[in-house]
Write a protein that binds this ligand. Sequence first.
Ligand SMILES: C[S@@+](CC[C@H](N)C(=O)[O-])C[C@H]1O[C@@H](n2cnc3c(N)ncnc32)[C@H](O)[C@@H]1O
Length: 238
Amino acid sequence: MQNKSTLAEIENRFDHDVRRFSNLETGQLTTLDSSFNMELMAQGIAKYYPQLSSVLDIGCGAGNYDVKLLQYTSPMHMTLSDLSMPMLLKAQERVEALNTAGTTKIVKGDFRDLSVGEETFDVIMATAVLHHLRDDADWETSFSNFYRWLKPGGSIWIFDLVKQATPSLQQLIYDDRYGRYLTSLKDEKYRDEVFAYIEKEDSPRPLMYQLDLLRHVGFKEVDILHKNLCFASYVAFK
Ligand SMILES: C[S@@+](CC[C@H](N)C(=O)[O-])C[C@H]1O[C@@H](n2cnc3c(N)ncnc32)[C@H](O)[C@@H]1O
């Protein structure tokens, strides 16, 4: 894919954006229903796994989803992974404060290079990060790895920017409707800045592409939690 941000550029941008990803009340304002999705995912995980013991958060940022999860679950083994060290340190500080009787491990690097044993985790969370995957092989290898890293009965929980498969609907939902939302946050200049960095940095895929691929790599049950315009949360069980 041409002209997209490199990993080093993505790391550098997030190194300087820790504060924006540390607000538990609002979550990330440029994403729709951010705090609602955080609650829904945390409650969903806690409900499905009364005895949750191990979680991996890929692209954890400053740990918002982990902090939210710990409001609904007991302490556990948590592995937090991110490209950005400042993000990881912030996430570690926030998670350790709550996960006092559990363990908290941080791993710096590209999640595609993570060295994780088979059947290690009950739950993997990947929020606002998979849109950095680029080609088909990248997506398929990543989803296959998630499947391998999960215990039987384990699950991957995703929240992300998604694309419509139909170009005219993409224009309506993304350019028009999401554009209007961004303008309402500030002004048209801000909307154009957000659109420009998404164009440079992200390569989102349609929701249906991802749900089909999750089934293709072996997940038994795949379910949608929520979708509002170009943002969706979904889950797949091994
Ligand atoms: C938009 S933030 C989302 C943070 C957090 N998951 C949340 O929802 O609040 C994306 C995070 O993913 C990280 N990231 C991006 N590409 C990554 C990769 N290939 N491997 C690991 N982390 C990555 C960035 O450094 C950043 O902290």
